[in-house]
Design a binder for this molecule. Structure first.
Ligand SMILES: Cc1cc2nc3c(=O)[nH]c(=O)nc-3n(C[C@H](O)[C@H](O)[C@H](O)COP(=O)(O)OP(=O)(O)OC[C@H]3O[C@@H](n4cnc5c(N)ncnc54)[C@H](O)[C@@H]3O)c2cc1C
Length: 377
Protein backbone atom coordinates (compact mmCIF):
# COMPACT_ATOMS: atom_id res chain seq x y z
CA UNK A 1 0.00 0.00 0.00
CA UNK A 2 3.04 2.30 0.11
CA UNK A 3 3.31 4.47 -2.97
CA UNK A 4 6.97 5.42 -3.42
CA UNK A 5 10.57 4.54 -2.60
CA UNK A 6 10.67 7.40 -0.11
CA UNK A 7 7.74 5.91 1.80
CA UNK A 8 9.43 2.49 1.78
CA UNK A 9 12.61 4.09 3.09
CA UNK A 10 10.75 5.92 5.87
CA UNK A 11 9.12 2.63 6.93
CA UNK A 12 12.44 0.74 6.92
CA UNK A 13 14.13 3.48 8.93
CA UNK A 14 11.28 3.42 11.49
CA UNK A 15 11.44 -0.39 11.79
CA UNK A 16 15.22 -0.34 12.34
CA UNK A 17 14.89 2.29 15.04
CA UNK A 18 11.99 0.53 16.76
CA UNK A 19 13.77 -2.85 16.82
CA UNK A 20 16.96 -1.47 18.34
CA UNK A 21 15.81 1.41 20.56
CA UNK A 22 12.15 0.96 21.52
CA UNK A 23 11.04 -2.67 21.63
CA UNK A 24 13.75 -3.79 24.10
CA UNK A 25 12.79 -1.05 26.59
CA UNK A 26 9.02 -0.71 26.19
CA UNK A 27 8.18 -3.10 29.02
CA UNK A 28 10.46 -1.29 31.47
CA UNK A 29 8.86 2.09 30.62
CA UNK A 30 5.42 0.59 31.18
CA UNK A 31 6.36 -1.02 34.50
CA UNK A 32 8.03 2.14 35.81
CA UNK A 33 5.39 4.50 34.42
CA UNK A 34 8.32 6.24 32.78
CA UNK A 35 8.14 8.89 30.06
CA UNK A 36 11.14 8.09 27.84
CA UNK A 37 12.50 11.55 27.04
CA UNK A 38 15.54 10.06 25.34
CA UNK A 39 13.28 8.90 22.49
CA UNK A 40 12.47 12.47 21.54
CA UNK A 41 16.18 13.34 21.29
CA UNK A 42 16.69 10.33 19.05
CA UNK A 43 13.66 11.27 16.94
CA UNK A 44 15.21 14.73 16.46
CA UNK A 45 18.53 13.17 15.36
CA UNK A 46 16.67 10.99 12.85
CA UNK A 47 14.84 14.05 11.47
CA UNK A 48 11.49 12.63 12.56
CA UNK A 49 10.38 15.61 14.65
CA UNK A 50 10.68 17.76 11.54
CA UNK A 51 8.90 15.27 9.27
CA UNK A 52 5.90 17.56 8.66
CA UNK A 53 7.57 20.93 9.29
CA UNK A 54 8.13 23.00 6.13
CA UNK A 55 11.66 23.07 4.73
CA UNK A 56 12.17 26.78 5.45
CA UNK A 57 11.98 25.99 9.18
CA UNK A 58 14.40 23.05 8.96
CA UNK A 59 11.91 20.21 8.42
CA UNK A 60 11.26 17.86 5.51
CA UNK A 61 7.80 19.15 4.61
CA UNK A 62 6.23 15.70 4.29
CA UNK A 63 2.54 14.92 4.91
CA UNK A 64 0.14 13.00 7.15
CA UNK A 65 0.67 9.74 5.27
CA UNK A 66 4.37 9.64 6.16
CA UNK A 67 3.54 10.34 9.79
CA UNK A 68 1.09 7.43 9.73
CA UNK A 69 3.76 5.04 8.36
CA UNK A 70 6.14 5.98 11.20
CA UNK A 71 3.55 5.94 14.01
CA UNK A 72 2.20 2.54 12.99
CA UNK A 73 5.68 1.02 13.28
CA UNK A 74 6.45 2.68 16.62
CA UNK A 75 3.08 1.63 18.05
CA UNK A 76 3.91 -2.00 17.22
CA UNK A 77 6.46 -1.77 20.04
CA UNK A 78 5.27 1.03 22.32
CA UNK A 79 1.99 2.92 21.95
CA UNK A 80 2.96 5.61 24.50
CA UNK A 81 6.03 6.62 22.53
CA UNK A 82 3.90 6.68 19.39
CA UNK A 83 1.29 8.97 21.00
CA UNK A 84 4.01 11.30 22.32
CA UNK A 85 5.47 11.56 18.81
CA UNK A 86 2.00 11.92 17.29
CA UNK A 87 1.41 15.10 19.31
CA UNK A 88 4.61 16.56 17.80
CA UNK A 89 3.78 15.43 14.24
CA UNK A 90 0.04 15.85 13.84
CA UNK A 91 -1.18 18.16 16.58
CA UNK A 92 0.20 21.34 18.18
CA UNK A 93 2.91 22.31 15.62
CA UNK A 94 0.38 22.16 12.78
CA UNK A 95 -1.64 24.89 14.51
CA UNK A 96 1.50 27.03 14.55
CA UNK A 97 2.16 26.31 10.87
CA UNK A 98 -1.37 27.32 9.93
CA UNK A 99 -2.39 30.00 12.40
CA UNK A 100 0.58 31.83 13.93
CA UNK A 101 2.53 34.87 12.77
CA UNK A 102 6.00 34.55 11.27
CA UNK A 103 7.86 35.41 14.48
CA UNK A 104 6.13 32.63 16.42
CA UNK A 105 6.83 30.15 13.60
CA UNK A 106 10.53 31.09 13.61
CA UNK A 107 10.68 30.80 17.37
CA UNK A 108 9.07 27.38 17.77
CA UNK A 109 9.28 25.32 14.57
CA UNK A 110 13.10 25.03 14.18
CA UNK A 111 13.29 24.42 17.94
CA UNK A 112 10.90 21.47 17.57
CA UNK A 113 12.88 20.05 14.65
CA UNK A 114 16.04 20.00 16.78
CA UNK A 115 14.19 18.56 19.79
CA UNK A 116 14.77 21.64 21.97
CA UNK A 117 11.06 22.33 22.32
CA UNK A 118 8.33 19.72 22.72
CA UNK A 119 4.60 20.31 22.77
CA UNK A 120 1.49 19.08 24.49
CA UNK A 121 -2.08 19.65 23.37
CA UNK A 122 -4.41 20.49 26.25
CA UNK A 123 -8.18 20.41 25.78
CA UNK A 124 -9.62 18.24 28.56
CA UNK A 125 -10.55 19.80 31.89
CA UNK A 126 -11.54 18.14 35.15
CA UNK A 127 -15.20 18.94 34.46
CA UNK A 128 -15.26 19.16 30.67
CA UNK A 129 -14.11 16.43 28.28
CA UNK A 130 -16.25 15.60 25.27
CA UNK A 131 -18.02 18.91 24.78
CA UNK A 132 -15.45 21.58 23.99
CA UNK A 133 -18.08 24.34 23.87
CA UNK A 134 -18.27 24.06 27.66
CA UNK A 135 -14.57 24.76 28.35
CA UNK A 136 -14.00 26.81 31.50
CA UNK A 137 -10.32 27.74 31.27
CA UNK A 138 -10.48 31.45 30.55
CA UNK A 139 -8.21 33.95 28.76
CA UNK A 140 -8.95 37.56 29.68
CA UNK A 141 -7.54 40.34 27.50
CA UNK A 142 -5.34 42.86 29.34
CA UNK A 143 -3.58 45.32 27.03
CA UNK A 144 -0.96 43.49 24.95
CA UNK A 145 -1.37 40.16 26.72
CA UNK A 146 -3.94 37.65 27.97
CA UNK A 147 -4.37 36.40 31.53
CA UNK A 148 -5.13 32.68 31.69
CA UNK A 149 -6.81 30.83 34.57
CA UNK A 150 -7.98 27.22 34.72
CA UNK A 151 -6.97 23.56 34.92
CA UNK A 152 -6.43 20.87 32.28
CA UNK A 153 -6.40 17.15 33.01
CA UNK A 154 -4.97 13.94 31.50
CA UNK A 155 -2.59 15.90 29.27
CA UNK A 156 -0.15 13.73 27.34
CA UNK A 157 3.42 14.94 28.04
CA UNK A 158 1.89 17.46 30.43
CA UNK A 159 4.78 16.90 32.80
CA UNK A 160 7.42 17.09 30.09
CA UNK A 161 6.38 19.47 27.30
CA UNK A 162 7.99 22.90 26.97
CA UNK A 163 5.00 24.54 25.31
CA UNK A 164 1.33 23.73 25.82
CA UNK A 165 -1.24 24.39 23.13
CA UNK A 166 -4.20 25.28 25.35
CA UNK A 167 -7.81 25.16 24.21
CA UNK A 168 -9.83 27.71 26.19
CA UNK A 169 -12.57 30.31 26.27
CA UNK A 170 -11.73 33.95 25.52
CA UNK A 171 -13.49 36.85 27.17
CA UNK A 172 -15.46 37.46 23.93
CA UNK A 173 -16.93 33.97 24.74
CA UNK A 174 -15.32 32.37 21.69
CA UNK A 175 -13.51 29.04 22.01
CA UNK A 176 -9.95 29.27 20.72
CA UNK A 177 -6.38 28.30 21.55
CA UNK A 178 -3.05 29.79 22.49
CA UNK A 179 0.52 28.72 23.26
CA UNK A 180 1.60 28.78 26.88
CA UNK A 181 5.27 28.25 27.70
CA UNK A 182 6.19 26.16 30.74
CA UNK A 183 8.27 28.89 32.41
CA UNK A 184 5.29 31.30 32.45
CA UNK A 185 4.73 32.64 35.96
CA UNK A 186 1.63 31.07 37.54
CA UNK A 187 1.91 27.85 35.54
CA UNK A 188 2.42 24.55 37.34
CA UNK A 189 2.15 20.83 36.61
CA UNK A 190 -0.42 19.17 38.87
CA UNK A 191 -0.99 15.50 39.69
CA UNK A 192 0.28 12.89 37.28
CA UNK A 193 -2.24 10.36 35.92
CA UNK A 194 -2.00 6.70 36.89
CA UNK A 195 -3.56 5.12 33.81
CA UNK A 196 -4.21 1.40 33.31
CA UNK A 197 -2.16 1.47 30.11
CA UNK A 198 -0.24 4.02 28.02
CA UNK A 199 1.92 4.49 31.10
CA UNK A 200 4.78 6.22 29.30
CA UNK A 201 2.74 9.26 28.23
CA UNK A 202 3.92 11.56 31.02
CA UNK A 203 0.21 12.40 31.48
CA UNK A 204 -0.49 15.14 33.99
CA UNK A 205 -2.74 17.95 35.06
CA UNK A 206 -1.83 21.53 34.06
CA UNK A 207 -2.71 24.44 36.33
CA UNK A 208 -2.86 28.08 35.20
CA UNK A 209 -3.09 30.81 37.82
CA UNK A 210 -3.06 34.33 36.37
CA UNK A 211 -0.60 33.28 33.64
CA UNK A 212 0.30 36.16 31.33
CA UNK A 213 0.47 35.11 27.68
CA UNK A 214 1.63 37.55 24.97
CA UNK A 215 -0.91 38.40 22.27
CA UNK A 216 1.23 36.85 19.51
CA UNK A 217 0.86 33.43 21.18
CA UNK A 218 -2.88 33.45 20.47
CA UNK A 219 -3.43 31.15 17.50
CA UNK A 220 -7.21 31.04 17.15
CA UNK A 221 -9.82 33.32 18.66
CA UNK A 222 -13.22 34.71 17.64
CA UNK A 223 -15.99 33.49 15.32
CA UNK A 224 -15.06 30.43 13.24
CA UNK A 225 -12.18 29.38 15.53
CA UNK A 226 -13.89 26.30 16.89
CA UNK A 227 -14.75 25.13 13.38
CA UNK A 228 -11.08 25.44 12.36
CA UNK A 229 -10.01 23.50 15.45
CA UNK A 230 -12.52 20.76 14.68
CA UNK A 231 -11.11 20.45 11.15
CA UNK A 232 -7.63 19.99 12.66
CA UNK A 233 -9.06 17.04 14.61
CA UNK A 234 -9.70 15.26 11.30
CA UNK A 235 -5.92 14.94 10.89
CA UNK A 236 -5.15 14.04 14.50
CA UNK A 237 -7.77 11.29 14.41
CA UNK A 238 -5.97 9.54 11.56
CA UNK A 239 -2.66 9.73 13.43
CA UNK A 240 -4.32 8.12 16.45
CA UNK A 241 -5.96 5.49 14.24
CA UNK A 242 -2.53 4.50 12.90
CA UNK A 243 -1.37 3.90 16.48
CA UNK A 244 -4.31 1.57 17.17
CA UNK A 245 -3.51 -0.17 13.88
CA UNK A 246 0.09 -0.71 15.04
CA UNK A 247 -1.03 -2.17 18.38
CA UNK A 248 -3.43 -4.55 16.60
CA UNK A 249 -0.80 -5.67 14.11
CA UNK A 250 1.70 -6.40 16.87
CA UNK A 251 -0.85 -8.48 18.81
CA UNK A 252 -1.90 -10.40 15.69
CA UNK A 253 1.67 -11.12 14.56
CA UNK A 254 2.67 -12.36 18.03
CA UNK A 255 -0.45 -14.53 18.31
CA UNK A 256 0.19 -16.05 14.88
CA UNK A 257 3.82 -16.82 15.79
CA UNK A 258 2.77 -18.42 19.10
CA UNK A 259 0.04 -20.48 17.42
CA UNK A 260 2.72 -22.22 15.35
CA UNK A 261 4.96 -22.96 18.35
CA UNK A 262 2.52 -24.07 21.04
CA UNK A 263 1.18 -27.60 20.73
CA UNK A 264 -1.93 -29.21 22.19
CA UNK A 265 -2.27 -33.01 21.91
CA UNK A 266 0.65 -33.06 19.50
CA UNK A 267 -0.81 -30.43 17.17
CA UNK A 268 0.14 -26.75 16.90
CA UNK A 269 -2.62 -24.36 17.95
CA UNK A 270 -2.88 -23.11 14.37
CA UNK A 271 -4.09 -26.56 13.30
CA UNK A 272 -7.21 -26.21 15.48
CA UNK A 273 -10.16 -24.90 13.51
CA UNK A 274 -11.56 -22.90 16.42
CA UNK A 275 -8.32 -20.93 16.65
CA UNK A 276 -7.98 -20.65 12.87
CA UNK A 277 -11.30 -18.76 12.91
CA UNK A 278 -9.95 -16.39 15.54
CA UNK A 279 -6.76 -15.84 13.57
CA UNK A 280 -8.80 -15.34 10.39
CA UNK A 281 -10.96 -12.69 12.12
CA UNK A 282 -7.83 -10.95 13.35
CA UNK A 283 -6.21 -10.98 9.90
CA UNK A 284 -9.37 -9.64 8.24
CA UNK A 285 -9.80 -6.88 10.82
CA UNK A 286 -6.18 -5.75 10.56
CA UNK A 287 -6.46 -5.60 6.78
CA UNK A 288 -9.71 -3.58 6.95
CA UNK A 289 -8.18 -1.14 9.46
CA UNK A 290 -5.09 -0.69 7.36
CA UNK A 291 -7.10 0.19 4.24
CA UNK A 292 -9.28 2.69 6.10
CA UNK A 293 -6.36 4.34 7.92
CA UNK A 294 -4.14 4.60 4.86
CA UNK A 295 -6.91 5.91 2.63
CA UNK A 296 -7.92 8.50 5.26
CA UNK A 297 -4.27 9.61 5.51
CA UNK A 298 -4.21 10.15 1.75
CA UNK A 299 -7.46 12.13 1.74
CA UNK A 300 -6.76 15.86 1.53
CA UNK A 301 -10.25 17.08 0.62
CA UNK A 302 -10.42 19.85 3.22
CA UNK A 303 -7.39 22.06 2.48
CA UNK A 304 -4.96 19.23 3.11
CA UNK A 305 -7.06 17.52 5.82
CA UNK A 306 -9.25 14.43 5.51
CA UNK A 307 -12.96 14.99 5.98
CA UNK A 308 -14.83 14.24 9.18
CA UNK A 309 -16.51 11.04 8.01
CA UNK A 310 -13.35 9.48 6.57
CA UNK A 311 -11.19 10.30 9.58
CA UNK A 312 -13.83 9.29 12.14
CA UNK A 313 -14.52 6.00 10.35
CA UNK A 314 -10.80 5.17 10.36
CA UNK A 315 -10.46 6.01 14.04
CA UNK A 316 -13.60 4.08 15.17
CA UNK A 317 -12.68 0.95 13.19
CA UNK A 318 -9.00 1.04 14.22
CA UNK A 319 -9.45 1.93 17.91
CA UNK A 320 -12.31 -0.48 18.57
CA UNK A 321 -10.74 -3.13 16.30
CA UNK A 322 -7.49 -2.99 18.29
CA UNK A 323 -9.39 -3.76 21.51
CA UNK A 324 -11.04 -6.81 19.87
CA UNK A 325 -7.81 -8.05 18.32
CA UNK A 326 -5.68 -7.69 21.46
CA UNK A 327 -8.41 -9.54 23.37
CA UNK A 328 -8.42 -12.39 20.84
CA UNK A 329 -4.60 -12.47 20.91
CA UNK A 330 -4.75 -12.97 24.67
CA UNK A 331 -7.02 -15.99 24.13
CA UNK A 332 -4.57 -17.55 21.68
CA UNK A 333 -1.84 -17.26 24.33
CA UNK A 334 -4.09 -18.79 27.00
CA UNK A 335 -3.04 -18.03 30.58
CA UNK A 336 0.42 -16.91 29.47
CA UNK A 337 -1.19 -14.03 27.59
CA UNK A 338 -2.53 -12.75 30.90
CA UNK A 339 0.95 -12.69 32.43
CA UNK A 340 3.12 -9.59 32.61
CA UNK A 341 5.99 -11.72 31.30
CA UNK A 342 4.63 -11.18 27.77
CA UNK A 343 3.59 -8.04 25.87
CA UNK A 344 0.02 -9.12 25.06
CA UNK A 345 -1.52 -7.79 28.28
CA UNK A 346 0.22 -4.42 27.68
CA UNK A 347 -1.15 -4.26 24.14
CA UNK A 348 -4.66 -4.87 25.52
CA UNK A 349 -4.29 -2.16 28.19
CA UNK A 350 -2.89 0.30 25.62
CA UNK A 351 -5.57 -0.49 23.03
CA UNK A 352 -8.25 0.18 25.65
CA UNK A 353 -6.83 3.65 26.35
CA UNK A 354 -6.84 4.53 22.65
CA UNK A 355 -10.67 4.55 22.77
CA UNK A 356 -10.43 7.81 24.78
CA UNK A 357 -7.32 9.66 23.57
CA UNK A 358 -8.33 12.62 21.40
CA UNK A 359 -12.06 12.16 22.13
CA UNK A 360 -14.06 8.96 22.58
CA UNK A 361 -15.20 6.83 19.66
CA UNK A 362 -18.81 7.36 20.80
CA UNK A 363 -18.42 11.09 20.28
CA UNK A 364 -17.23 10.35 16.74
CA UNK A 365 -20.40 8.30 16.24
CA UNK A 366 -22.35 11.36 17.34
CA UNK A 367 -20.65 13.45 14.67
CA UNK A 368 -21.27 10.88 11.94
CA UNK A 369 -24.88 10.45 13.08
CA UNK A 370 -25.47 14.22 13.03
CA UNK A 371 -23.99 14.40 9.54
CA UNK A 372 -26.21 11.58 8.27
CA UNK A 373 -29.28 13.17 9.86
CA UNK A 374 -28.56 16.56 8.28
CA UNK A 375 -27.96 15.01 4.89
CA UNK A 376 -31.05 12.82 4.90
CA UNK A 377 -33.81 14.61 6.79
C1 LIG B 1 -4.46 7.80 27.61
C2 LIG B 1 -5.15 9.13 27.50
C3 LIG B 1 -4.47 10.22 26.96
C4 LIG B 1 -5.11 11.47 26.88
N1 LIG B 1 -4.42 12.55 26.37
C5 LIG B 1 -5.02 13.76 26.34
C6 LIG B 1 -4.31 14.92 25.87
O1 LIG B 1 -3.13 14.85 25.49
N2 LIG B 1 -4.96 16.11 25.86
C7 LIG B 1 -6.24 16.23 26.28
O2 LIG B 1 -6.75 17.33 26.23
N3 LIG B 1 -6.94 15.17 26.73
C8 LIG B 1 -6.37 13.94 26.78
N4 LIG B 1 -7.05 12.85 27.24
C9 LIG B 1 -8.43 13.02 27.67
C10 LIG B 1 -9.44 12.55 26.62
O3 LIG B 1 -9.38 13.42 25.50
C11 LIG B 1 -10.82 12.54 27.28
O4 LIG B 1 -10.82 11.45 28.21
C12 LIG B 1 -11.95 12.35 26.28
O5 LIG B 1 -12.07 13.47 25.44
C13 LIG B 1 -13.31 12.14 27.00
O6 LIG B 1 -13.52 13.12 27.95
P1 LIG B 1 -13.91 12.69 29.45
O7 LIG B 1 -12.95 11.67 29.88
O8 LIG B 1 -14.06 13.92 30.25
O9 LIG B 1 -15.31 11.97 29.29
P2 LIG B 1 -16.77 12.65 29.31
O10 LIG B 1 -16.85 13.76 28.33
O11 LIG B 1 -17.14 12.95 30.72
O12 LIG B 1 -17.65 11.43 28.79
C14 LIG B 1 -17.96 10.30 29.61
C15 LIG B 1 -18.65 9.26 28.75
O13 LIG B 1 -19.85 9.82 28.20
C16 LIG B 1 -19.85 9.73 26.78
N5 LIG B 1 -20.48 10.91 26.23
C17 LIG B 1 -20.18 12.21 26.51
N6 LIG B 1 -21.00 13.03 25.81
C18 LIG B 1 -21.79 12.23 25.08
C19 LIG B 1 -22.85 12.48 24.15
N7 LIG B 1 -23.23 13.71 23.82
N8 LIG B 1 -23.46 11.42 23.57
C20 LIG B 1 -23.08 10.14 23.88
N9 LIG B 1 -22.10 9.84 24.76
C21 LIG B 1 -21.47 10.88 25.34
C22 LIG B 1 -18.36 9.63 26.39
O14 LIG B 1 -18.19 8.97 25.14
C23 LIG B 1 -17.82 8.80 27.55
O15 LIG B 1 -18.06 7.45 27.29
C24 LIG B 1 -6.45 11.60 27.33
C25 LIG B 1 -7.12 10.50 27.85
C26 LIG B 1 -6.49 9.27 27.94
C27 LIG B 1 -7.23 8.10 28.51
Amino acid sequence: MLRSNVEELIKKCAIRFVDSQIRPLARKWDENKQYPLENMKKFAELGLLGLRIPKQYGGSGRGLFDAVIVLEQIAKADASTAVNLHVQLNASPLYIMLYSGEEVKKKFLPALVSGKVLFSMAQTEPEVGSNLTELRTLARSEGSHYVVNGTKSMITMGANADVHLVYLRFDDDSIGCLLLEKDTEGFSVGKSEDFLGMRGLGSAELVFQDCQVPEENVLLKGPGSLRKMLTMFNGTRVGLASISLGIAEAAFEEALRYSKLRTVSGKPLIALQGLQWKLADMAVNVEAMKHLVYSAAQDTKLNGFPDQFTSSAARIVASEGAVKITNMAMDIFGGYGYSKELSIERYLRDARGMIYVGGTTDILRNAIGAYLYKKNV
